[in-house]
Design a protein around this ligand. Structure first.
Ligand SMILES: Nc1ncnc2c1ncn2[C@@H]1O[C@H](COP(=O)(O)OP(=O)(O)OP(=O)(O)O)[C@@H](O)[C@H]1O
Ligand SMILES: [Mg+2]
Length: 396
């Protein structure tokens, strides 16, 4: 809103002790569709402002008035509202007064006798800046709200992703534990059987030695399996901790550690992983976060590969390119449908809804790589399947 329009329906508090002047000016202001509230002196002006501050858009005031002068009235009004536009009508041009009006951040002053066109222009200018300021303030508030909303969503997704990761972790631990638990079961069954069968000889030294050997060997086996169970828990605990520690490492170490988590699943499903680790550089990364990225991508590849019967392959290549390390993860699962290509990094986009896919795996991976590591996560299709490319800057 600019020009005369800005004066339509605004409310002006007009403080003036000369009633004839006040009447005349008020009549003219009303011709411009301005609502005018009149007060006869500073004290009256201040109390009217206090009562009607929500309605008043601008204060127009004389200086020399009985009871409370214009300057002191404005001082008090400014304590209530620092921003309200104020225009002074004055016959004075003394420096003292001008200094005070600068201090009080007066928008403008109009000399008496009032030239009504000049007053109108001054009112327009003062109101335009108020409207612009109000607009700006409103836009800022809207922006702040929008940012808060985005932050809230992001937090929610992080929580969701952690839950999903935890669920996955439990499934993976269960997978890794199945075999050692079964082995412990077998060993203890054998021990019990041996005892029940009574086929042992405790009479001779050799017999006792043989029994001790047998029991020792079995107990060692159990200890080995228990150690295996403990290691699995430790591996997972380290990787699913949320501590934000930067680690300087070769990316192949993180990849190998991530694969440890899902290896059992891959073996069971006959998925072959080939490595070609050519990168020699170190990268500074949040290792746990990057492990999530690799697990997300590898899990997606696995899910796609399970759609085919045989020849399930994943290839991981790392190489140094200038100041970066490039990691490519390729599968031969057929690739991503063209129409989904631009959507897969969107939060909640999933083609696995019926299998409870949340669709935040790749979104979180992108946030981790691009926001938290200032890298790049890209996707393309090869003739055989999908190819995810991660680029990490070695200088960061
Ligand atoms: N290697 C791949 N081959 C083919 N399509 C893929 C591949 N990786 C991802 N996609 C597609 O991208 C979509 C989004 O993946 P994303 O990991 O974000 O979610 P999701 O796997 O569906 O669910 P979840 O949150 O459980 O991971 C998938 O639903 C799938 O359609
Ligand atoms: Mg996924």
């Amino acid at each position: 809103m600019i020009g005369e329009e800005v004066l339509k329906n605004i409310t002006v508090l007009y403080v003036e002790d000369e009633s004839l002047l006040q009447e005349g000016t008020t009549e003219t202001l009303e011709l411009f569709d301005i609502n005018v509230i009149c007060a006869q002196n500073g004290e009256d002006g201040l109390s009217t402002y206090r009562l009607m501050q929500d309605k008043i858009d601008l204060v127009l005031t004389d200086i020399k008035m009985p009871k409370l002068n214009g300057i002191d009235m404005i001082k008090s009004i400014r304590e209530i509202n620092k921003e309200i536009p104020v225009i002074i009508t004055t016959a004075h041009q003394e420096t003292n007064f001008l200094m005070k009006s600068i201090e009080l951040n007066i928008n403008a002053y109009v000399l008496k006798p009032i030239d009504i066109y000049k007053l109108k222009d001054t009112l327009i200018k003062a109101m335009e800046s108020k409207v612009l300021k109000d607009k700006l303030r409103k836009k800022n508030q809207e922006l702040e709200l929008a940012i808060q909303e985005i932050e809230k969503k992001q937090k929610l997704m992080e929580v969701q992703s952690r839950f999903a990761a935890m669920g996955e972790m439990i499934a993976m631990i269960a997978h890794q534990w199945r075999q050692p638990l079964a082995s412990i079961g077998t060993v203890s069954f054998n021990l019990k059987n041996k005892l029940l069968s009574g086929k042992y000889d405790l009479e001779t030294k050799e017999g006792r030695f043989e029994q001790t050997e047998f029991f020792n060997k079995k107990l060692d086996d159990i200890e080995g399996y228990v150690q295996n169970l403990t290691n699995t828990i430790d591996d997972f605990r380290n990787f699913f901790k949320s501590d934000k520690i930067i680690t300087k490492t070769k990316i192949e170490n993180t990849i190998k550690n991530s694969i440890k988590m899902i290896n059992k699943d891959f073996q069971t499903n006959d998925i072959n992983i080939n490595f070609d680790f050519k990168s020699k550089s170190d990268v500074n990364i949040y290792e746990n976060e990057m492990a999530h990225v690799f697990i997300n991508i590898l899990k997606n590849a696995q899910e796609k590969l399970l759609e085919k019967q045989s020849n399930r392959e994943i290839k991981i290549i790392t190489e140094d390119i200038e100041d970066s390390v490039k990691i490519e993860i390729k599968d031969n699962g057929g690739g991503i449908d063209k129409e989904n290509m631009s959507l897969i990094f969107e939060p909640y986009f999933s083609t696995k809804k019926e299998k409870n896919g949340t669709g935040i795996g790749l979104y979180m991976s992108k946030v981790i790589v691009e926001n938290n590591h200032k890298g790049k996560l890209l996707v393309s299709n090869t003739t055989e399947g999908a190819c995810f490319t991660i680029v990490l800057n070695t200088l960061v």
